[in-house]
Design a protein around this ligand. Structure first.
Ligand code: UD1
Ligand code: CA
Length: 432
């Protein structure tokens, strides 16, 4: 359906979310909560997406999105008051309302809502969900299988508190019906707010019925508190992991792993336990990521073995069939094919060719105290264990660095470079 403008309500003060930033900017699996909502909204409405912000978070919304349509709600007088603010902006026939704090919604949920809406006479439909923990949500009261009324938690009678059909807040309405009746919503005394869900009772009294669909609780969670955030993140993690399992990725201890919203993993990859994959990671076919590894901002090409306990930092590229072993840290480096960096090394700001062996304990000394310097190690080089390579430095092809060396000059090709003081053996010097 093309004639829908989407409005994302994002002006709340996040008072229940005890963090320094607005909850809507908090990264959920690496992406701000509100961006999850926006990604769905743009699939429905393209450029016709509006944000209702408060004066404080306007700047943040502007920094996350490119030329967002922003409407300011100066004072937070409730969700109905927020919607009044967009009245003159909406040119489409219909309006979809999404909440900035309900990020787990899926496109298929909205598509079902649109379908329901198309076939409902009155042209106002919402998404409800059932939960055994309804506390905090508005409860949905039905009549003739339409929504008659929504009552917020704060206004429920004790006997109504165990009603488990809840309002998700997501609503699709004909613009005229909605705005012609918004004015009848009154301010509630307790919170001094106008509640958008009150529209249902107002319409119902005029014999205009609000239809509804039920969606999965897991897609409808509203994030008010940090505890809600943790719950939502766990749900999303499970969704991501299941998606990859269905594509042929094996998780040995899936419960202990963390993936990001943009993680890409090809089939035939094995992910062991306690692996953290932060933003911008691609893992190609046939790799094994072993226990306790921490990856961020890198491409790991096919058939690599990473870890256990490896750390790959942003702007890294690991070539095919390479091994990044235990307690190895790679940063801003391009590593070639068939490379082994098997133990206890730091490789930073480095270009490494193909078929290179980096011995245990090797350090690229990239920081001269002021600037980060580059290390270049070309094809077929062998670096002996416990070597320090003082950058900037180039080690040409087919060279060998003797174990324990501190290398301060460029090494020409096919050379052996070794830097050690002579070993002295002083006989019979030990007293005991
Ligand atoms: C709201 C619904 C409740 C529903 C629940 C689902 C109301 C009155 N209640 O409750 O029925 O079960 O969501 O999660 O709508 N906002 C504004 N301006 C305001 C107030 C809020 O833009 O003046 C925005 C918030 O940033 C948020 C959304 O509207 O994104 C919902 O507001 P919130 O205060 O979180 O409502 P709930 O108490 O969760
Ligand atoms: Ca909420």
């Amino acid at each position: 359906m093309s004639d829908i403008t989407t409005v994302i309500l994002a002006a709340g003060n996040s008072t229940r979310f005890k963090a320094n930033t607005s909850k809507l900017l908090y990264p959920l699996c690496g992406l701000p909560i509100i961006s999850h909502v926006y990604n769905i909204a743009k699939k429905i409405s393209g450029k016709k997406v509006f944000f209702v912000c408060n004066p404080k978070n306007k700047k943040d919304i502007n920094s996350i999105f490119k030329n967002p349509n922003i409407v300011i709600q100066e004072k937070q007088k409730g969700t109905a008051h927020a919607i009044e603010k967009v009245k003159n902006k909406i040119k489409s026939k219909n309006i979809l309302i999404l909440f900035g704090d309900t990020p787990l919604i899926e496109l298929s949920d909205i598509k079902r809502l649109i379908n329901k809406f198309k076939f409902s006479k009155e042209k106002i439909s919402l998404i409800a969900f059932e939960t055994n923990k309804p506390h905090g949500y508005g409860r949905v009261f039905l009549k003739n299988n339409n929504v008659q009324e929504i009552i917020e938690e704060i206004n429920l009678e004790t006997s109504q508190k165990n009603i488990n059909l809840c309002n998700s807040g997501i609503l699709l309405a004909n613009k005229k019906i909605l705005f012609n009746n918004l004015k009848y919503i009154k301010e509630h005394k307790l919170k001094k707010e106008k509640y958008l869900p009150d529209i249902c009772k107002i319409l119902s009294n005029k014999d205009i019925s609000t239809s509804y669909i039920k969606c999965k609780e897991n897609n409808m969670i509203g994030i008010n508190t940090i505890s809600d955030f943790v719950k939502a993140q766990n749900i999303l993690q499970k969704k991501y992991i299941n998606k990859f399992i269905n594509k042929g990725v094996i998780f040995l201890k899936s419960e202990s792993c963390y993936l990001s919203y943009d993680t890409k993993i090809e089939p035939n990859v094995v992910i062991e336990g306690n692996v953290t994959i932060k933003n911008n990671i691609t893992i190609k076919n046939g790799c094994v990521i072993k226990n306790n590894s921490y990856l961020e901002g890198a491409v790991i090409n096919s058939n690599c073995i990473v870890g256990p306990s490896a750390r790959i930092r942003p702007k890294s590229f690991i070539g095919k069939n390479s091994k990044i072993g235990n307690f190895v840290e790679i940063k801003n480096s391009k590593i070639g094919n068939n490379v082994a960096i098997s133990h206890l090394s730091y490789v930073g700001d480095t270009y490494l060719g193909n078929n290179v062996n980096i011995g245990a304990g090797t350090i690229t000394c990239n920081y001269d105290g002021q600037k980060k310097q580059k290390t270049i190690i070309k094809d077929n080089v062998f670096i002996g264990s416990n070597s320090s390579l003082i950058a900037p430095i180039v080690i040409e092809t087919n060279s060998i660095i003797g174990a324990g060396s501190v290398i301060t000059k460029n090494i020409p090709k096919k050379s052996l470079a070794i830097e050690r003081t002579d070993l002295k053996i002083l006989r019979n010097k030990r007293v005991k």
